[in-house]
Design a binder for this molecule. Sequence first.
Ligand SMILES: [Zn+2]
Length: 165
Amino acid sequence: MIRTKNISFSYTEYEKTEELDSDDMELIIAAREAALNAYAPYSEFKVGAAVRLESGIIVRGANVENAAFPSGICAERSALSNSISNHPKDKPIAIAIASMTEEELTDGFPSPCGSCRQVIAEEESRTGNNIKIILSGKNKTQIIDGISSLLPLQFKRKNLQINLP
Ligand SMILES: [Zn+2]
């Protein structure tokens, strides 16, 4: 039997930053500040990410490029590597992402690349928490409740068929 299945997802779009709650706005501001620290001489596309942990701590990351292009890292993975390295037991509950070109925030939403989606998925799997994903454009914001919407049918530890703690 052949069955076609559909996957749908929803997200919330905010037309104005004033409509956001204060925690989300604080995280967006942290992501925007982090973008200013990006090292992006090749793309000149600066990205900042800010992860909120359960304790309330905010951990930042920025994209760091390299002349050997694959050696660079995105802001999202930079921030999550930072939070896991420094606060391994404090679980992420949200990540905000902002991007800029020529010191101006981009109008469009900085959607995470495939590698970052996979890393966010692993972190959700490791901690058992959904991570709210906040994509911040210059004016508009999109909020997505968890990575499964951005990465359906994801490859997880259970696909390895090994038991981990
Ligand atoms: Zn990425």
